[in-house]
Design a protein around this ligand. Structure first.
Ligand SMILES: [Zn+2]
Length: 420
């Protein structure tokens, strides 16, 4: 196995994670819900991790905590994740990436006592989980500029408290959160290490992988309109069966996904009217959720599904209408950084694997803001997260810190070369 760079101590990261757990978890799991007193305590503890290092710290207009180690160049490598958790959360989601970033920063300080060639920053994004207001990626979306202020302004928690009021309670002016975006002026690359939260690496028997990007999503309701008719008296050739047309969509959408090169699809709901056993279906509404890492491939999946719906409607003597329920563009990561991530994992673990991310992460906001971005995933035991049983093998956690460190070194050289 590879030698450890002087100043890097992955076991210290595990001790940090255990200490954070003992401070902020109870019998049900982690309780670091954003903007609560426990989250504040976790933040104060996080600040202490940087004690003795030559860094500057501040919270930006959206409540994100930035720690900066000045380098010869202002161009900055940013390493980020989130210390907030869902209620009853796990001990690694978010804080693994953050505390590994702290460890990498310690190593860089050790290697460059008079300052590194490029600036290095660690960011703790505010309210990644969206547990209280149902809006994920709050801090990073404010920073990227993608946050819809009109939509966010009216969000309320279970107690009826609005998001702007909750933010005022922790000293954040909602109307100014997008001023956070100025933090990205010097950002040259963004790295994030995260637990996979799924079973792909576990099933492959691999500790780590390089993440290609986050999926784009097209989510639609498709309604077929036919004619209700008696189930006994209506000959088969005289029917306008809305369900028959809708049902033919299921194998077709699977076939579309299969030829899309890595896309997935789900028909998650189906309702019929009149919905009785003695009538041909007059109206059938299905929902279709299609996902792909590539925007053009996702557009093709959608176009093919639309064409299939028209064809099945025409063949069945029914009509069809579409309604878009939700949509988000894919956030592919930077090809150079994906290569570095792949190398860093291979050099650290022996084997690497490239995989897309199903869940969204703060990294998606950075990629959409135009900052060259990549993520590393480390295996999740049981593929389980957002649960107190969430876990990863100790040796995999140690490998993850080392891989992030290698990736940081490669990325700093890449930034320095681009600058000169
Ligand atoms: Zn997370």
């Amino acid at each position: 196995m590879v030698s450890m760079p002087p100043g890097l101590d992955p076991q210290r990261t595990i001790r940090d994670l255990e200490e954070l757990r003992s401070l902020t978890a109870d019998a049900r799991g982690a309780q670091r819900v954003a903007f609560t007193p426990t989250w504040r305590a976790a933040r104060a503890w996080l600040r202490e991790r940087f004690a003795g290092l030559p860094v500057e710290m501040h919270e930006d207009a959206a409540g994100n905590l930035w720690t900066t180690l000045r380098g010869t160049s202002d161009r900055a490598l940013v390493i980020g994740s989130h210390i907030d958790s869902v209620p009853n959360g796990g001990w690694l989601d978010g804080c693994l990436g953050l505390l590994s970033g702290v460890e990498v920063l310690r190593r860089i300080c050790h290697e460059h006592p008079s300052g590194p060639p490029v600036t290095v920053r660690v960011v703790d994004w505010a309210d990644e989980e969206g547990a209280r207001f149902g809006k994920s990626l709050f801090g990073s979306a404010a920073c990227s500029g993608n946050l819809d202020l009109d939509e966010a302004r009216v969000l309320v928690d279970k107690q009826g408290v609005t998001l702007p009021d909750a933010l005022r309670g922790v000293g954040i002016d909602f109307e100014r959160v997008k001023e956070s975006g100025r933090e990205l002026a010097t950002a040259a690359a963004y790295l994030e290490l995260h637990i996979e939260q799924g079973p792909v690496l576990l099933d492959l028997g691999l500790p780590m992988g390089a993440v290609l990007g986050t999926f784009g999503v097209e989510r639609h309701a498709i309604t077929f309109h036919g004619q209700a008719a008696h189930s006994g008296s209506t000959p088969m050739n005289r029917r306008h069966d809305a369900f028959l047309a809708a049902a033919r969509m299921a194998p077709e959408c699977y076939a579309i996904a299969a030829r899309s090169g890595g896309g997935v699809c789900t028909i998650g709901s189906c309702t019929t009217k009149p919905g009785i056993v003695t009538s041909v279906v007059e109206e059938c509404r299905i929902t279709l959720d299609q996902r792909h890492l590539d925007a053009a491939a996702l557009a093709t999946m959608l176009a093919e599904a639309r064409a299939a719906a028209e064809r099945f409607a025409a063949e069945g003597g029914v009509s069809v209408s579409w309604e878009r329920l939700w949509h988000i563009a894919p956030a592919p990561f930077h090809p150079d950084l994906v290569s570095f991530a792949d190398e860093a994992v291979r050099e650290t673990c022996g084997t690497s694997h490239r995989l897309p991310s199903g869940p969204l992460h703060d990294a998606a906001e950075m990629a959409m803001a135009g900052v060259p971005t990549v993520m590393l995933f480390v295996q999740s035991l049981g593929g389980i997260s957002h649960n107190k049983i969430e876990d990863t093998r100790r040796e995999h956690l140690e490998l993850a810190v080392q891989a992030l460190d290698r990736l940081a070194t490669k990325t700093m050289a890449w930034i320095a070369n681009a600058t000169t």
